[in-house]
Design a protein around this ligand. Structure first.
Ligand code: SAM
Ligand code: SF4
Length: 441
């Protein structure tokens, strides 16, 4: 029996890619083990969105260098593989496989080469119109499933490596997406998360020619599916029809993640984001005018080259104006091949750190206020787990908030579990990052 171990870094796209890679390996007769020590094949599915993420994989490889001699085979997958290519063999000579996500369809052939003893196997071509569709996906969660609808990215944000690491946009046909979603519903999955670097530029390559909103509506109508989420939306391609679709069907979750990156139109122009602050705010107005309250989250980069104190202030003002329910914030990180490398006026690491702290403190205050507004309301909550230490069930609302709750009849999973069920929960307390409540019986 051939064994493999895989560790995944980075975004949900990577997490889902790994589910597909695992499924493919299992179908090839491999079995998965929980530690690299026990594995013959050790894989790292890597992220290169920021320098720190990239360094992690090299430190892992360093750690296991000596195991090469024990007959282990090492492989680097994902964005670092695509970005560094064959340089990885020089930097870490014990690596035998280097493959980017655009080559995963060739994984079975690459495995055959590895098994034949080839110690320099690569999958690095980005020249593909194929998407990695496989019937073998080994899903981690029995209730929530990811479905990739579009791979790659055709935008050219000045700071971002993704177009170089994941290649050009390729959409799947709506029929194959719907077939996968129906199959998942039949297996008992109730939540579907549609994935892509920019789901809004989805275009059905079949004769139907559906856009994203049309696909979203159709997934929301599948019997048995109770929640549909999607990520990520690029503001430039975000259309009002998406909000109309959410308005029309409560299965489409009350949450939109709309990464703004900066509140300053001048910085947005330097970032090549293709929208101004005003254009972004128009989209926020659509979200806020929906019939249901839709949670809004975003991504922010601080310290992009040339960002002045006044431009940073514009971002802080934007946080107040929008009132985000949550956000991911990052210090700008210089990435290979990107247009921003040519920009003068780097902001110092120290200043980036200062701005990040200020931004996070401002957002924390907003979240305390936003979450407090929910106290007293009843939210439909999907139970995802149980915390033995606190005796609470861990749940998630349609707005994607964590809502930990007690259940008067079921304090712990004693022969019966709530995990996977949907319950009405009254919110009794609110913190900056989560809510607490009690199930309404
Ligand atoms: N495709 C999505 C979009 O357009 O927003 C997400 C791409 S990326 C995986 C997630 C986030 O990482 C981005 O929204 C951005 O905030 C951040 N990011 C990307 N490149 C970065 C860089 N060079 N430095 C710091 N943060 C970065
Ligand atoms: Fe990167 Fe911009 Fe594409 Fe998002 S839209 S993946 S930030 S290039």
């Amino acid at each position: 029996m051939k064994t493999f171990y895989i560790e995944t870094f980075g975004c949900q796209m990577n997490a889902h890619d790994s589910e597909k890679v695992i499924g493919t390996l299992l179908a090839q007769g491999y079995s998965q083990v929980e530690s690299p020590e026990d594995a013959e094949l050790v894989l790292y599915n890597t992220c290169s969105i920021r320098d720190k993420a990239e360094q992690k994989v090299f430190s892992r490889l360093q750690q296991f260098k000596r195991d090469h001699g024990k007959g282990k085979v090492f492989g680097v997958l994902g964005c670092v593989a695509q970005q560094e290519g064959e340089h990885i063999f020089e930097r870490a000579p014990h690596v035998s496989l280097v493959a980017g996500s655009a080559s995963y369809t060739k994984l079975p052939e690459m495995l055959v080469q590895l098994e034949a003893g080839n110690r320099r196997v690569t999958g690095l071509s980005l020249d593909t119109d194929a998407t990695f569709d496989t019937p073998y996906t080994r899903r981690d969660n029995p209730h929530r499933a990811y479905i990739t609808i579009i791979e790659g990215c055709d935008k050219s944000c000045a700071y971002c490596v993704v177009p170089f690491t994941r290649g050009p946009e390729r959409s799947r046909t709506s029929e194959s997406v719907l077939e996968e979603a129906r199959g998942l519903a039949a297996k008992g999955y109730t939540e579907i998360q549609l994935l892509g670097q920019n789901v809004n530029s989805y275009r059905d390559p079949s004769e139907r020619g559906w856009d994203f909103a049309r696909l979203l509506r159709a997934v929301g109508e599948i019997d048995g599916i109770r929640r549909v989420r999607f990520t990520t939306s690029h503001p430039r391609d975000f259309v009002k029809d998406i909000i109309d679709a959410i308005d029309a069907n409560p299965v489409l979750c009350d949450h939109v993640h709309l990464p703004v990156q900066s509140g300053s139109s001048a910085v947005l122009a330097r970032m090549q984001r293709l929208y101004t602050r005003d254009e972004y705010m128009r989209r926020i107005e659509w979200v806020k005018s929906a019939k249901r309250r839709i949670a809004l989250t975003t991504d922010i980069i601080v310290g992009f080259p040339g960002e002045t104190e006044a431009e940073f202030q514009e971002t802080l003002d934007l946080l107040d104006e929008v009132g985000y329910d949550s956000l991911f914030s990052f210090k700008y990180s210089r990435r290979p091949n990107t247009a921003a490398l040519a920009l003068a006026d780097q902001v110092s690491e120290e200043e980036k750190g200062r701005r990040l702290t200020i931004l996070q403190e401002r957002q924390r205050a907003i979240q305390i206020r936003r979450n407090a507004e929910l106290v007293g309301l009843i939210e439909e909550t999907m139970a995802e787990g149980h915390n033995h230490a606190t005796g609470q069930w861990i749940g998630r609302t349609s707005q994607n908030r964590t809502l930990n709750f007690t259940h008067a009849e079921l304090a712990s999973p004693n022969g019966r579990t709530l995990v996977g069920s949907y319950l009405p929960v009254r919110v009794t307390r609110a913190g900056p990052n989560s809510l607490a409540g009690e199930a309404v019986l």
